[in-house]
Design a protein around this ligand. Structure first.
Ligand SMILES: [Cu+2]
Length: 556
């Protein structure tokens, strides 16, 4: 550990700077605090032996999901307090549809939240991290009164909209849905200003896929910072596995993964806090650091996992257990344990671990083994830079055995494979970036992120697609980091990675595009809805500074 702790003072939005002596005192106390965690940044492999029992004090260096060579944040306004890890995993409040309608309010507001020993002041939905889980069924109406109680924006609209701006303006995106992108439905081109309230009305089609979706802000200029702050929640469309008794009997868990980064004042007010790949951050589950998940021996649970982090991939491993995927991006798989999507070398590194990237959801079945404590970890993973890694939660297996079974087979998949003869057109889309000449002194404003050589322009339509078209798209990534392709309104069927056909194509709405000339190829049906929506990189730092395009589906 370097004695020369990096200070993040001055990285905020022009808040009061601390005096030199305050900083020095804080550094001394930080140094004492950090003596217990001397191996920060060490490579943390999945241990072969059971972990420490839950409830042990926080002295484990594994807790600090820091990038190699970095430290915990140097704090000025934020005092790190000891916290006892191992608190039971808490799940977000659930709001359910009644008589075919879910009518609810979502209030955007600042709130103090204690996370992993830090008192942070963050933008939230309903003062909660994560936001409430919204549960409904196909054919239901979702009516949200969005109350934006964030304070006024004090910055003028910049001439270049691909700069972070208006951090208190928001809107609403129903990620992964196949619903109208227009009007007051899933319209991410709406701006919801502070001090005002807005209605959102969404009709979920009767033939929508059922599964695990999510909502988050998508207003260009502020989406990255709002999501990183914890503004995200799950949307569950029930009914996917009703006919599978082994899944219907399994206890469900909502699990929202996110990454917590903050400045010296315990806030997120600038891309300076989020952008650097060596910025200090740690991972949380439902806004908790290192919570405990309890199960009985032999019990089967369904874990609805959402990656709501803004930037970093998570290569998930559960010690002594297998994670069995049954759905990806809210769409049921044709069979349990369909092979991991090979977008990098990671599968070779650990065949039991599974990659989940920002924006994606994976529904897992987990069957508890023998009594003991097992770690759920982010394993080391190279996404062009080293993703943060370390402990996420502990699984504690105890009590009377509860013999349950995993399903032998899943129902037929909900979406039909796209056949060659359906294809009406092809497109190629290229993600690229230019980096500063001296990356060691990098600053985000020195990078440019492009799609097809252009930065985002809200008033330019980049892809015009006829309603009813069925197209095959190749997405190419020429940059030295992976990027994450996401498109709204229609899911796609991934058929190739790096030009190699997948043994079993998979339906997704979000996928990693491998770096350095890598590619993904998918097919998609542009059905039911006309209007303008977006495709973008779901590394939200990139989207925010321009890695996004407008798609328009038109009726001829
Ligand atoms: Cu990107």
């Amino acid at each position: 550990m370097s004695e020369d702790l990096q200070t993040q003072a001055g990285n905020g939005a022009g808040g009061p700077r601390a005096t030199e002596s305050t900083v020095r005192e804080e550094r001394l106390s930080r140094r004492r605090f950090l003596t217990a965690s001397a191996t920060i940044g060490a490579v943390l492999a999945l241990p072969a032996t059971p972990a420490a029992p839950a409830g042990s004090a926080t002295t484990d260096a594994d807790l600090y999901m820091c990038m190699p060579g970095s430290a915990e944040p140097d704090t000025i306004g934020v005092q790190p307090a000891a916290f006892t890890e191992g608190a039971p995993l808490l799940e977000p409040e659930v709001r359910r549809a009644v008589n075919g309608e879910l009518r609810t309010t979502l209030r955007c507001q600042y709130a103090y939240k204690d996370i992993g020993g830090y008192q942070l002041y963050l933008r939230t939905y309903e003062a909660a991290i994560s936001g409430p889980t919204l549960r409904l069924r196909r054919g239901d109406k979702l009516r949200i009164r969005m109350v934006n109680d964030l304070p006024p924006n004090r910055d003028p609209m910049p001439a270049d909209i691909d700069q972070v701006h208006h951090l208190n303006t928001t809107n609403f995106h129903f990620h992964g849905s196949h619903i109208s992108p227009s009007g007051i439905s899933d319209n991410v081109l709406r701006a919801m200003e502070p001090g005002r309230r807005y209605d959102i009305e969404i009709a979920i089609p009767d033939d929508h896929t059922a599964g695990t979706y999510w909502y988050h802000p998508h207003n260009h200029g502020a989406a990255d910072i709002q999501v990183a702050s914890g503004m995200a929640g799950m949307i569950i469309i029930d009914g996917d596995f009703d006919g599978v008794p082994e899944i219907a009997a399994a206890r469900e868990r909502v699990m929202v993964l996110s990454t917590v980064a903050f400045d010296a004042f315990g806030m997120i007010e600038s891309l300076d806090t989020l952008f650097p790949e060596h910025a200090v951050r740690f991972q949380t589950l439902n806004g908790q650091r290192a919570p405990t998940i309890d199960m009985r021996p032999g019990e089967v649970q369904r874990w609805r996992m959402l990656h709501a982090g803004n930037q970093d991939d998570i290569f998930l491993g559960l010690q002594g257990h297998k994670l069995h995927p049954i759905a990806r991006d809210g769409i049921a798989l044709a069979r349990m344990d369909q092979p991991e999507i090979r977008t990098g070398d990671h599968v070779r590194d650990d065949p039991t671990a599974i990659l989940i990237v920002p924006g994606q959801r994976i529904d897992f079945l987990v069957q508890a083994g023998a009594p003991g404590t097992y770690e759920l970890r982010a394993l080391p993973y190279d996404q062009g830079y080293t993703a943060p890694h370390g402990l996420i939660a502990r699984l504690v297996v105890s009590g009377e055995p509860l013999p349950m079974k995993l399903p032998e087979k899943l129902p037929p998949p909900p979406l039909a494979t796209i056949r060659d003869e359906e294809i009406t057109g092809h497109r190629r889309v290229t993600f690229s970036s230019t980096a500063p000449e001296a990356p060691d002194t990098e600053h985000w404003q020195e990078y440019k992120f492009y799609i097809d050589g252009k930065r985002f322009d809200m008033n330019r339509v980049d892809q015009r697609v006829r309603l009813g078209a069925v197209e095959e798209w190749e997405i190419v990534n020429t940059h030295f980091d992976d990027h994450i392709f996401h498109i709204h309104t229609n899911p796609f069927q991934l058929i190739k990675v790096n030009g190699q056909p997948l043994a079993e194509p998979v339906w997704l709405d979000t996928v990693t595009v491998p770096r350095q000339g890598g590619s993904v190829t998918f097919r998609s049906r542009f059905l039911d809805f006309t209007g303008r929506f977006v495709l973008h990189c779901h590394m939200m730092n990139h989207e925010e500074v321009g890695m996004m395009q407008i798609v328009e589906v038109y009726k001829p």
